[in-house]
Design a protein around this ligand. Structure first.
Ligand code: C2E
Ligand code: MG
Ligand code: MG
Ligand code: MG
Length: 275
């Protein structure tokens, strides 16, 4: 019985491996045409001010409507796009689409909010990146103060001097910079202070742990006080229930984002009538 069971699970395992391998190959192959074929789409997730309960920003989150596999989440293709450098073209598409949509919302007369766009380190390594962002803002007529770029801690372990300069230029142009998934990388506190970050987004794993153990609470509180002492705003990511929300409010976290408020939605499905 054990033998048979083992053999079966082994078979399943290899079949899964094959599937994964061919899925990955297909993604690599088809990604080249995803932009051309208009298969990419932005979903948007609200970021709320925890004191007033008002919407402060929408984060643009990419999805790929694949003809065969359906809706593919970013974690399945962004790493592949980064490896093959296709992220450069995709990243440009994301920025332009997000700024254009944001301008449309503003023109429709609803109270303005920021638009947050995720930026890959590979994009920031491009010498042209800053100019490209400024050109897109001009093209789409969106004022720079409404744009927020989200970068991850991996940029800090990279070509430090060059990227820091780019971030400073963006900041001078009145664009805000957030550090995403904070706490999962290796940022030393002194680095954090040297960069022009406006916001720190606490990684979802710590918010998750608020319900599980004392350490989740302690780490969350520590990040909030650290950010505040460096005069940065703090966002709690991945808020899924009231306990997490109440804890973040009690600890003076400025903003929050998560399924408890809204899941990411396509542009046309967003509920804008909340206060
Ligand atoms: P991220 O920037 O940290 O985005 C937040 C992720 O957490 C999103 O996943 C969002 O759907 C998910 N999330 C939000 N609230 C909750 C919650 O309450 N519970 C749970 N379990 N999850 C929640 P998504 O959309 O799958 O994106 C994953 C990652 O892919 C993003 O993480 C970001 O790093 C990357 N990504 C997304 N869009 C882009 C893009 O346009 N360009 C680049 N370079 N990366 C992107
Ligand atoms: Mg993000
Ligand atoms: Mg994040
Ligand atoms: Mg993430």
């Amino acid at each position: 019985y054990t033998k048979k069971y083992k053999r079966n699970s082994y078979t399943i395992y290899t079949e899964e491996m094959d599937l994964n391998a061919s899925y990955k190959l297909a993604i690599e192959r088809d990604l080249k045409n995803a932009v051309l074929n208009n298969e990419l789409e932005l979903y948007y997730q609200p970021i709320m001010d925890l004191k007033t309960g008002k919407l402060t920003a929408l984060e643009a989150l990419i999805r790929w409507n694949h003809p065969e596999f359906g809706l593919i989440p970013p974690n399945d293709f962004i790493p592949i796009a980064e490896e093959s450098r296709q992220i450069i073209g995709i990243g440009t598409w994301v920025l332009r689409a997000a700024c254009r949509q944001s301008k449309k919302w503003q023109d429709s007369g609803i109270p303005p909010f920021k638009i947050a766009v995720n930026i890959s380190t590979k994009q920031l390594q491009q010498a042209e990146f800053v100019d490209e962002v400024l050109t897109i803002l001009e093209e789409t007529n969106l004022e720079s103060k409404w744009l927020e770029l989200e970068v991850t801690e991996s940029i800090l372990m990279d070509d430090v001097g060059f990227i820091k300069e780019s971030l400073l230029k963006l900041k001078e142009a009145d664009i805000s910079i957030s550090i995403d998934d904070f706490g999962t990388g290796y940022t030393s506190l002194s680095y954090l202070r040297q960069y022009p970050f406006d916001k720190v987004k606490i990684d979802r794993s710590f918010i998750d742990d608020i319900n599980n153990d004392l350490n989740g609470k302690r780490i969350t509180s520590a990040i909030i006080s650290l950010a505040h002492s460096l005069e940065m705003n703090v966002v709690g990511e991945g808020i899924e229930d009231e306990i997490q929300l109440e804890y973040l409010k009690k600890e003076n976290c400025d903003e929050g984002q998560g399924y408890f408020f809204n899941r990411p939605l396509p542009a046309h499905s967003l509920p804008f009538n909340q206060r």
